[in-house]
Design a protein around this ligand. Structure first.
Ligand code: ADQ
Length: 470
């Protein structure tokens, strides 16, 4: 069996979240030999060219250090101030500084230089996310002939957003150097295909090394998921129960509307608070009867746009408090910290409404985790953005346009008023879908398609096809 090499910006640390991506990839690495490659998290002025190996609980990690300048240009710069906002269709929040591209490219070259000597000819390489789009190109230029797959965790942009990205054609050419490109949703594959078909006629001619030719690259949707059965177990664990008891004391019978997100402008947090404000303004019977808890630990807070989102959210929450709070009732709590998965599972289970309203999201695992954690006899209701990849598989959620805060307020009303039978019926369908799209099957199906056996089958198919048209 060939070895598996997983590559991502960061390698997992000592503690990884149960039911998450890192656990699924660890499992894949326990089924076959291999290691996980990425940045060590260390910045140094003279990074060593060779990767360092270490073993964490049986998982083999190979890491490299980066210089401060390269890391800034690659991570905070090109990846998170250009690619992230553009891929999420927030060109207004992108900082188009094309000099960051050189740092982005340099770090990808550094990854490739350190990885290449560790490779054996039949190793299968699985590269993760937008930080590393050029990695296959760089490895191929250095002579690697391995099967290389890429998975994009965030949405693929529309053509005009892609055009706004400096060196976007290079990035498309880079994607064409992979054997398999996996995306979250059908909508992403459609956007990608439209761009690839639109671009290829003009770029097919000329130097084949520089062409954008996707004839050897398979592009398909592999919707990621969580481990809903693990969340179902965690939601009745003692840590979850402790959290539930703590919250029940405070709630005192009020229904909980719950939001859990990284603090990121793509998650639609100000719009969500505004929708809640409208619910309270439109329907006075909900005052004192509901409470909103938004958990949103800061992320990427060295980037200006993230600080601004945090300030906006502070102001919005203050406004709702000022408008509706009473000495003995507060309409919402906003917590800026991370919790362990069992405590989160407890919060999810207590949430009568799971409010998941990103403006755009690759998938959104919080939606999966919320569904997994519900009490089958008294489940809550998922209110979900149409613009999350999760909307393609969770049709029984109440789907909303998160930009339309009147619509979200009405969805909240429906969810809070929904009778038990309908809640159960909807939840059963959602849970079946979460189980069908669990994270283990996701990694298995991607790796099956990427495996050398699949390559064999594809080339046999090509030969048969060529024979049939000859
Ligand atoms: P993210 O943008 O980080 O991921 P999401 O899919 O929601 O978004 O995952 C967030 C994860 O962080 C969840 O597992 C959640 O439990 C955890 N989390 C959030 N708030 C937390 C808190 N306060 N404490 C502890 N844990 C918390 C990117 C893409 C997504 C895609 C994933 C996976 O943007 O669209 O679904 O990758 O592919």
């Amino acid at each position: 069996m060939s070895r598996l090499i997983v590559v991502s910006n960061r390698t997992p640390g000592k503690t990884v979240a149960a039911g998450g991506l890192a656990v699924a990839l660890r499992k894949a690495l326990s089924r076959q030999e291999g290691f996980w490659f990425g940045w060590s998290g260390k910045l140094t002025e003279n990074p060593n060219a060779e990767a360092r190996f270490e073993d964490i609980d049986g998982l083999s990690l190979a890491t490299i250090d980066l210089t401060r300048d390269d890391h800034h240009a690659y991570y905070a710069g090109f990846s998170n101030s250009i690619l992230w906002p553009s891929f999420h269709l927030r060109l207004d929040l992108a900082t188009i500084d094309s000099t960051w591209y050189e740092g982005y490219r340099r770090v990808n070259q550094q990854f490739a230089r350190a990885l290449l000597p560790l490779l054996e000819p039949d190793d299968v390489i699985w590269v993760h996310d937008y930080h590393l789009i050029p990695l296959a190109s760089e490895l191929r230029l250095m002579g690697a002939r391995n099967r290389i797959g890429f998975y994009l965790h965030i949405p693929f942009p529309t053509a005009d957003a892609l055009y706004a990205i400096p060196h976007h054609l290079d990035l498309m050419r880079d994607l064409s150097r992979y054997d398999l490109v996996g995306m979250q949703a059908k909508r992403d594959v459609a956007a990608f295909t439209e761009f690839a078909e639109h671009q290829s006629p003009s770029s097919l001619s000329g130097d084949p090394l520089r062409s954008v030719d996707f004839s050897r690259t398979e592009v398909a949707a592999f919707p990621i998921g969580s481990d809903p059965d693990a969340f179902a177990r965690m939601a009745v664990s003692s840590a979850a129960n402790k959290m539930i008891k703590r919250m029940e004391r405070v709630l005192n019978g009020q229904k909980l509307i719950l939001g859990v997100d990284r603090l990121d402008y793509s998650k639609g947090l100000p719009q969500r608070v505004e929708a809640y404000e409208k619910l309270l303004a439109n329907d006075a019977r909900f005052r004192r009867q509901v409470h909103m808890l938004q958990v949103a630990p800061p992320s990427r807070d060295t980037i200006k746009e993230y600080q601004e989102t945090s300030d906006t959210l502070d102001a919005m929450c203050g406004r709702v408090m000022g408008r509706f709070a009473e000495p003995d009732w507060s309409p919402l709590t906003y917590v800026k910290r991370a919790y362990g998965q069992p405590s989160l599972a407890g919060l999810y289970r207590l949430g009568r409404v799971g409010l998941v309203t990103p403006l755009r999201d690759g998938m959104n695992l919080v939606a999966h985790e919320y569904v997994g954690s519900q009490d089958p006899n008294d489940p809550g209701v998922l209110v979900l953005s149409r613009f999350a990849g999760a909307a393609e598989i969770f049709e029984d959620a109440i789907l909303v346009n998160p930009f339309d805060t009147d619509e979200t307020a009405e969805a909240l009303r429906m969810a809070l008023d929904m009778p038990l039978d309908e809640r159960k019926h909807r939840w059963q369908t959602l849970m079946a879908s979460a189980q069908k799209h669990n994270v283990d099957d996701w990694s298995r199906s991607f790796l099956e398609r990427l495996s050398p056996a699949e390559q064999q089958r594809t080339s046999t198919r090509d030969i048969l096809y060529l024979a049939s048209v000859a």
